[in-house]
Design a protein around this ligand. Structure first.
Ligand code: 5RP
Length: 219
């Protein structure tokens, strides 16, 4: 069997449907892998009481399927959050935010009991950092934050012509040494003007479902 990257994303997304239980309100992520998951939700629509979306784009997809959209403030802890990733290690630390939805993704992950991360096998890495690390910043702080990140060893680039659903710019950081993701996330969180760092180590995924050539690996 020759599984393309797209097939692997689809297989991982399908495997995540198993984690949805009757009456759940779940968190739903953003990106092409999360879009496959949303498509699969159409088949189990009746099981769900609703969903909290991590982006306007995913909210629109869910709305199309007739899945009730809820505001996170209306619901308590979510039993499940399903989302993709840009990179993942075997200890379930992630880099997210390639699609720019990192802030809402981090909020929904934090509000969830179980974070199931779905990805193709190309996302699995030994060490984070080949994918540029996205950081959402307040507009007035972007140059100051960029200078600080450069002093920390990264090469920040402003994501051209892009603002998040929250109206903020993103800096993509190349070349950052992510030897200790927990410490780096803590350190970057302290910089005034940083809204969200796309490192998900303090709240990692609970489970990785990785689509491979031979099926879906669970980590
Ligand atoms: C969006 C994300 C996505 O999960 C990440 O970019 C992966 O996207 P895809 O599933 O399209 O490969 O973090 O902010």
């Amino acid at each position: 069997m020759n599984m393309s990257q797209t097939d692997q994303k689809r297989a991982a997304a399908e495997a995540a449907v198993e984690y949805v239980e009757v009456g759940d309100v779940i968190g739903v992520g953003t990106g092409s892998t999360a879009d496959f998951f949303i498509e699969f939700l159409a088949g189990i629509r009746g099981k769900l009481d609703g969903a909290v979306a991590s982006s306007d784009a995913s909210a629109a997809q869910l709305r199309k399927l007739g899945i009730p959209l809820l505001d996170l403030n209306q619901v308590g802890t979510l039993p499940l959050y399903v989302d993709g990733t840009d990179e993942a290690t075997r200890n379930r630390h992630l880099i997210k935010g390639g699609g720019g939805a990192l802030t809402r993704e981090k909020i929904v992950a934090e509000a969830s009991e179980k974070f199931v991360c779905i990805a193709d096998q190309g996302k699995l890495v030994d060490r984070l950092g080949t994918f540029p690390l996205p950081i959402e910043v307040l507009e007035m702080a972007r140059s100051m934050v960029a200078r600080k990140l450069a002093r920390m060893g990264g090469q920040p680039i402003l994501r051209d012509g892009f603002v998040t659903d929250n109206g903020h710019p993103i800096l993509d950081i190349r070349g950052m040494d992510i030897m200790n993701p927990l410490e780096l996330e803590r350190q970057m969180n302290q910089i005034p003007g940083v809204v969200t760092v796309g490192l998900f180590a303090l709240r990692p995924a609970d489970l990785l479902l990785i689509g491979t050539e031979s099926g879906v690996d669970i980590i």
